[in-house]
Design a protein around this ligand. Structure first.
Ligand code: NAD
Length: 421
């Protein structure tokens, strides 16, 4: 289980299964399909030996999980984090299955992870670890099989090493084996900030539906990495007042609004938001319960649970992270009237532009920034409208509505394909 505010020792996998089962009950999903979807299709556990700079060899545990491939090849990020567990990777792979189905892109769900604190490794050690991990999982990844992407503590450089290692093993360049690559080696324009852009599109769509004026709306963002920082920039550009942000070291608050790009400069120079001068220090726990219009959790799982949900005062929560709220928190927030844009919709912009990158790679074409943004907007808004309308019609929260839409699509694909042999 990932660190957080979870008092109940509920793992990410417990949460993922409970969410799926609630939606499955609602649509009376047959038991066989439910059994099939409760387990990952394939789990690969690998030992990753790495020659360290001091000459010693350290062995890291790594995983690649493919949850369900009924709708297409497997797709999902790779995470480097000391608290990665196999169960967590299974949960994240399961969420990818639903996410790809909600935005209707032709993929199944996957995820990967290495149990490591990359902050304790040199660049050379991270490169050797990435390459050996890629080699260990190379029998199940590939542009038509399973396409990794960035997640927590992995970035375009790591994707370039994955692409290069896989290509070297196959003997020719295969850019479409991975997405989130640097543009120079086949990446797509607009991928780096796509998760945040998609998340902000869902916030704009929701604001329109509920009459929330984004000009001057207050925002708190937990996690200031790829997803959190880019979301903060875009929300500030829309006229929102980003009053608080945080990272693993702690949070900062300024009631007049933070200069989000200056905060990012501080992170680049010093490693953390806490060194930003023009703000008060707050804890991550305090950030989550600030009285803001919009809260964007963009760090890790299990941050808002039965323990702290009753104190949350945000009107809207847009889940940039995967699994930041537990089902118990969801129920408490629903009763309080807080609207949650669920992860499988709110952060689906990343995998959507990854899909565009993969399509461009396979066709050896490159799209313009305008094409990427237009197509992302179209797909996110279509998915948002489907989820929001279904939730309204059936008097459901948006997470349950998104799950029902996703489960129906995946279940239909399973039914059409049948059980082999
Ligand atoms: P990242 O490594 O770029 O940033 C993670 C941020 O979270 C950092 O600021 C880190 O300091 C902070 N953090 C880590 N542990 C924390 C803790 N215990 N408390 C508070 N802050 C903490 O990662 P990212 O790519 O921005 O991913 C963030 C979340 O978004 C993850 O849940 C990830 O699965 C999800 N996500 C990412 C993408 C993507 O395209 N990168 C796509 C969809 C979902």
């Amino acid at each position: 289980m990932i660190a957080g505010n979870n008092n109940h020792n509920e793992t990410a996998l417990d949460v993922a299964l409970q969410q799926m089962n609630e939606a499955a009950d609602l649509i009376h999903l047959d038991q066989s399909t439910r059994n099939l979807l409760s387990k990952p299709k394939r789990v690969l556990s690998v030992a990753v030996p790495v020659q360290m700079d001091d000459g010693s060899v350290q062995v890291f545990d790594g995983y690649r999980v493919q949850h369900n491939l009924a709708r297409g090849p497997a797709k999902g990020g790779i995470r480097f984090h000391p608290e990665v567990t196999m169960d967590e990777v299974v949960a994240l792979a399961m969420w990818m299955t639903w996410k790809c189905a909600v935005v209707d892109i032709p993929y199944g769900g996957a995820k990967g992870g290495i149990v490591v604190d990359p902050k304790k490794l040199s660049i050379g050690e991270i490169e050797r670890m990435t390459r050996r991990f890629t080699s260990e999982i190379s029998m199940i990844i590939g542009p038509e099989k399973d396409i990794p992407a960035p997640d927590v503590n992995t970035n375009p450089q790591v994707m370039a090493w994955i692409m290069d290692t896989y290509s070297m093993e196959m003997g020719y360049s295969i850019p479409a084996v991975v997405t989130g690559k640097p543009i120079e080696v086949g990446g797509s324009v607009g991928r780096a900030d796509a998760t945040s852009r998609g998340c902000v599109f869902t916030i704009i769509d929701l604001a329109g539906r509920i009459g929330l004026d984004l000009e001057g709306a207050t925002v708190a963002v937990q996690g200031y990495g790829n997803v959190g920082s880019n979301a903060a920039f875009m929300l500030e550009d829309l006229g929102c007042k980003v009053v608080a942000v945080s990272d693993v070291e702690g949070g900062i608050y300024n009631e007049n609004g933070l200069n989000t790009r200056a905060v990012a400069d501080t992170v680049r120079e010093s490693g953390s938001v806490v060194n930003y001068p023009d703000a008060e220090h707050i804890s991550n726990d305090e950030l989550l319960v600030l009285p803001v219009d919009i809260l964007v959790p963009a760090a890790l799982e299990n941050q808002i649970t039965g323990r702290n949900a009753k104190n949350v005062r945000a009107k809207v929560i847009a889940e940039g992270a995967n699994g930041p709220l537990t089902p118990e928190a969801d129920a408490i927030l629903r009763d309080k009237g807080c609207i949650v844009i669920p992860d499988i919709l709110a952060n689906a912009g990343g995998v959507t532009v990854s899909y565009f990158e993969w399509v461009q790679g396979i066709q050896a074409l490159s799209w313009t920034a305008e094409q990427v943004q237009r197509e992302l907007k179209r797909r996110m808004t279509t998915a948002f409208e489907a989820v929001y309308s279904y939730a309204q019609e059936e008097k459901l929260d948006m997470r349950t509505a998104a799950y029902v839409i996703a489960l129906k699509r995946v279940a239909q694909a399973i039914k059409l394909r049948g059980v082999y042999p």
